[in-house]
Design a protein around this ligand. Sequence first.
Ligand code: ADP
Length: 451
Amino acid sequence: MTARLIAFTLCLVVGGATGWWVAGDTGAELGLAVGAVAWFALESLRGLRVLRWLRDGDIRNTPSVGGLWGQAADRMRRGLVARERATTEAHRRLEDFLDAIRRSPNGVVLLDAAGRIEWLNETAAGQFGLDTERDLQQHVLNLVRDPDFAAYYHGASFGEDVSLAAPGSSPSRPRRLSVHLHPYGEGRMMLLARDVTAVEQAEAMRRDFVANVSHEIRTPLTVLSGFIETLQSLDLPAEDRRRYLGLMGQQAQRMQTLVNDLLTLSRLEGSPLPGSTDWTPAATLVAQCEQEARALAAASGKSLDLRFVPAPAVQLGGAPHELQSALSNLVSNAVRYTPAGGRIEVLLRLLDGGRLELAVRDTGPGIAPEHIPRLTERFYRVDRSRSRETGGTGLGLAIVKHVVQRHGGELRIDSTPGQGSTFAITMPAVRVRAPQVAASAERPATESQAG
Ligand code: ADP
């Protein structure tokens, strides 16, 4: 301020002195006025530079203006820089926030108060078949045309989700979305969409499974209760009683087999994956299967040609009881479905890269191609009554598939109706230990007959 006063006084003094020197007292007065006007003009020039800087200049470089205008410009610069920093920070936060929503696994659509799309992420675009640019400002009901969604939107009570078929969903490839509207701000709404196809499929599978299990248990139970009632109400001769008790035993056995298979499945689903530290000789697995197959064939009274090709001297890494159960299931199916006079072969061979194939081949009825992809589903049977007659639960191949997957292997099914089937498990090399590969793989097959 002092500097301003000195500058002003200097202008007056210089103006007055020059005027006095040129024209005496009158000139001094005129000189004073000229000095004051010059000072004012100088100040105005500074003001103009500041205004020009504010209008077009770089806010980080204040014009080199002294005096009050210079101070004002400097304060303005600091204010503007602080505001610019705050704006940049707010913008960055907004971008981070939008980026998080963009990457959300859920679809997000922001609607204005009139229901027009203001913004949507890629997930929502994929779920509803929309375009993140083209479909902005379109009314959501013009684009999501499901009647259930329209009813939900107009219902204005958004306490629960609404479940819709996703656009492009088909009976062979169903896709379901769960959609929720959340009102916010002044009449705006946020639409959240989740792909619930897998959840709904799992729920449908659970329902089917419970219904199937109940049905499978109810049938033998009904038979059992019928016999119990008969035995309680009628005084039957000893022979009949024995026969009835035998039939009751069969039904009880059927339920037990079913419960055992269910427990095996649930153990397979709930237990950690088998490690590769437990090694079992393949020959031991095959020998156990051979024993079971011969016993089963003998019990069924069928004459079958059972051939167990000696296994190469390899060991399999994994859970021995699971591997045994998988192989036994395949062999037991072959014995059960192959009619008398048929042939069943169990063959093990080393494949490229150290993998091992365990194949069960039969000359049974074979399976039509349309059934093959579904055979490993729980309770799926090609011929229901045939399966029941032979004591099947419909869970055998589901167990095999689980065991094979848990060991990182593959199950292959080749079958020709009327000619027979081959069920082959391929174990990965990491689960095969072959100390004497070459020698044992070339040993000749031995054949044996069972009946
Ligand atoms: P099940 O207890 O009914 O045998 P699985 O899951 O073991 O159940 O097999 C599913 C279905 O696959 C069987 O019901 C049967 O129709 C068919 N199947 C399985 N193995 C054979 C086979 N070796 N030959 C013909 N059909 C078979």
